[in-house]
Design a protein around this ligand. Structure first.
Ligand SMILES: Nc1ncnc2c1ncn2[C@@H]1O[C@H](COP(=O)(O)OP(=O)(O)OP(=O)(O)O)[C@@H](O)[C@H]1O
Length: 502
């Protein structure tokens, strides 16, 4: 590989935003036909580095070669497409083949030619996707594959993928990883950002680690995940080296019979697709951390829609702390009942990116901050700083939330909701975007909440996340409960996930 010329080089890059030195001394070189991992803790500077490598932003200092938008395409973590249009239309917009080529005259769109080009490209790169579907009906995996196809339309030499497998179930992760391997065989240089060090270690040819804005690059082969973790987080060694695997054995299984959250014969219906989930029956007892896992479409997506007030329960009952939750949840109802619900789409549904850190931290009506209806600035400052400290979020309370890194925003929202001391706490995709250290802090916080007698329910497609955080794991498959397991039964959980009964 090293006999080849790099297709992209960046050396000694520095970038500052006001008081924040986002990049200190970052360097990387990418070669044709390599998968190169980029890892670093939340706020280490990965997204900033990627924006510079893709030519979207300029550095303050350093040397760049091959860093331009045409040369380098980015597949974001949360791609967006015009939802009412078919995928095909989304992919060809701006580069439509035409039926004629008269100068100055725009003739009719040649749909057949467009379809031929896109289908050919999908086939060539092993991307299995129905491009006639409306973009709004795509699931998370399909959306990422569609975004990958859109990026490939630019014929990039370098493809940058931002956490391409996060929040996806294992079979779907494998679809994305397969497409990446095919692209590598075709000579594309792939830079791939991930917090999943096991995945990086198994997939990447080389890895660059970013620590507080400075890089170090491994030679091939990439060291095992434990070694990468030690290199990245050695300054947090004490806390991480309790290791979640050891800790989860110490977690007690469901110890209380008392009702926390009880789902009885819950039936959920998705009108646009006609899909039905349920009847679902399960419990999240008080004092425990229970997880519900499966692919998103196994029912997690519709359950989340119902909890978020976006759909109505078709049948069955949900009770929280002995009280029935209505079939249609109106805004504010869950909070009034002492239930914290953190949706998976935190950026759209739980954060005001243009507001300050402090405004977002204290947006919930708290008695401390709003005494007798008036906002008390001293208390707002106190609450905000407590949340920042609790989740080790290194920023200032007056910063606009949108200027924080993705992981820092996730952490602030989690800290805000967990700080309300809920009786019931429901978190969708709890570890998405969190580095190892932050996952550890989250686990500690969930345990503290459960120890106060609260019921914690996690909804997640990640087997790793649920087995490291929960004391009981309920697996869904095709809208039904497939089994109920202890977290160390990873093999049985994986089989139930895939619909194989033990
Ligand atoms: N536009 C901006 N204005 C101000 N500060 C910024 C801006 N963009 C990034 N930062 C700051 O630069 C630092 C690095 O952020 P960046 O998003 O690059 O981190 P990251 O490694 O991608 O983190 P994560 O894993 O959480 O996504 C953070 O402290 C962030 O708040």
């Amino acid at each position: 590989m090293t006999a080849l010329e790099p297709v992209l080089t960046a050396e000694h890059i520095g970038k500052r935003y006001g008081a924040v030195q986002a990049l200190q001394n970052a360097s990387i070189s990418l070669f044709p036909g390599e998968i190169h991992g980029l890892a670093g803790e939340n706020g280490a500077g990965k997204s900033t580095f990627v924006r510079i490598l893709a030519g979207i932003e300029s550095p303050d200092r350093g040397y760049l070669r091959g860093c331009s938008p045409g040369h380098c395409a980015v597949v974001p973590q949360y791609p967006r497409m015009a939802s009412s249009l078919p995928v095909m239309e989304n992919l060809i917009v701006g580069r439509e083949p035409r039926l004629g080529r008269l100068p100055g005259v725009s003739l009719f769109l040649n749909r057949r030619e467009a379809a031929r080009i896109i289908t050919g490209r999908a086939k060539r790169f092993g991307i299995d996707l129905d491009t006639n579907k409306p973009a709004g009906s795509l699931n998370g995996t399909e959306l990422r594959l569609a975004s990958l196809l859109a990026a490939l339309a630019q014929h990039p030499k370098v493809l940058i993928l931002d956490e391409p497998t996060v929040g996806l179930a294992r079979p779907d992760q494998e679809r994305i990883l397969r497409a990446m391997r095919t692209l590598r065989e075709q000579g594309v240089a792939i830079l791939y950002i991930s917090h999943d060090l096991g995945e990086i270690s198994g997939l990447a040819d080389r890895v660059t680690l970013l620590r507080q804005g400075s890089t170090s690059t491994s030679s091939s082969p990439v060291p095992p995940a434990e070694e990468l973790a030690a290199q990245l987080f050695d300054h947090h060694r004490e806390t991480i080296h309790g290791n979640t695997h050891q800790e989860k054995r110490q977690q007690s299984p469901a110890s209380s019979d008392e009702a926390g959250l009880v789902c009885e014969e819950l039936l959920l219906h998705d009108a646009p697709t006609g899909r039905t989930v349920g009847p679902l029956s399960f419990k999240a007892p008080r004092g425990t951390i229970t997880a519900l896992t499966g692919v998103r479409e196994s029912g997690l997506d519709l359950l989340e829609q119902y909890l978020g007030g976006q759909s109505t329960l078709a049948a069955g009952a949900l009770s929280a702390a002995g009280q029935r939750v209505p079939a249609r949840i109106v805004p504010g109802l869950l909070r009034q009942r002492g239930i914290a619900f953190i949706p998976s789409d935190r950026f759209d549904r739980a954060a005001a990116l243009e507001g300050s850190v402090e405004e977002n931290a204290t947006v919930i009506d708290r008695n401390q901050v709003y005494q007798r209806g008036f906002r008390t600035p001293g208390e707002a400052k106190h609450v905000t700083n407590r949340l920042l400290k609790r989740f080790d979020i290194r920023t200032h309370r007056h910063m606009p939330l949108g200027s924080l890194s993705g992981g820092m925003i996730q952490k602030l929202i989690l800290a805000r909701e967990l700080d309300t001391n809920p009786r019931i706490c429901i978190i969708a995709e709890p570890t998405a975007g969190l580095d190892l250290q932050s996952q550890h802090i989250l686990l500690e916080s969930l345990r503290e909440i459960a120890a106060t007698g609260a019921a914690v329910l996690l909804l997640s497609s990640s087997i790793d996340a649920v087995t490291s955080l929960a004391s009981r794991v309920v697996v869904l498959h095709h809208g039904l409960v497939q089994g109920d397991f202890l977290p160390h039964q990873e093999g049985a959980i994986a089989r139930a996930f895939a619909g194989i009964s033990s």
